[in-house]
Design a protein around this ligand. Sequence first.
Ligand code: ZN
Ligand code: ZN
Ligand code: FE
Length: 333
Amino acid sequence: MSVNEIRWHPLLGTWVIVASGRATRPWRDATCPFCPGAPETGYGWDVISLDNRYPSLSTSPSVTSTPPSFSKLEPGYGRCKVVIETTEHEGDLDTIPFQNLVKYVDILGRETAELAEDPGIKYVAPFRNKGELIGVSIHHPHSQIYALPFIPLRIERELASMEGYYKDKGSCLVCDIVKEEELGERVIYRNRDFILILPYYAQWPHECHIYPRRHFQLLSQLTDGEKESLSETLLVAVSMYNSLFNFSLPYMMVTHQAPVKGHYPHYHLHIEFYTIHRYADKLKYAAGIEWGYWAFTYDELPENRVKELKEALKRAVNRLKERGYNLRGELIP
Ligand code: ZN
Ligand code: ZN
Ligand code: FE
């Protein structure tokens, strides 16, 4: 019988998800489980969300016996979902029809709202891994959503930072960053509702963040207009990345939103992209200093990498125009 449990890491004060059933999951199958007509997907859809067949968390978890006295153990209660963004087997968020993107953003909001109703869920984590170098096991374009029974440590840290800033200054940290950076050199693109920026404090080579102008906490709070603007911002970011070098760039894309239980008025939702290429043929590895100490080193001036991204975005915009897509927002020179 497979086990789904969370074990307390007493040194770090956070949970480790333990799932014994996942070691046997298929790795880069010959037939795609996400293409239309596969047993799980069927026909008649353009964007769908499904339960992950090999979930790390379960709605009926079984656990091992008593933990040692220095730790604790809880059931690995939760849900793991997959969102398939297109019926096409190849591609990325910049090759799918724009209406799929809007629907994708809408689904992330709906799933957040629905999963929030579950009394056992404390946090909804939507993320997108792309590229074999990131460890993606299925090529078909897709994202994942983990509905967790705890608040992840990184989010606890952000909650504390934003709350501390508010107590100190009486305003929101991210709102203030948007105000101060809006016209600065690190902003790459902006529209009515969002900015795309390589942050002053980037850790990964071409790390970019999407910050909403409006102060809100959850994907389920996006207005219809914001869903459209966010879709365009995602399109801009991903097509920029894919125009940076002469290949489709691997990345991780994560949404940082507030926990779904409790009240977090000082939190400001945002999306972060992490990339691992320093150059076309050189990778940034997270190794001893990064994993062992959570101390990142950045091997270039972030402001120089912004220039590379702005050039890449110009090329991307031309490609989008050829596909008939004209941006509504503006590129920042
Ligand atoms: Zn496929
Ligand atoms: Zn804010
Ligand atoms: Fe964040």
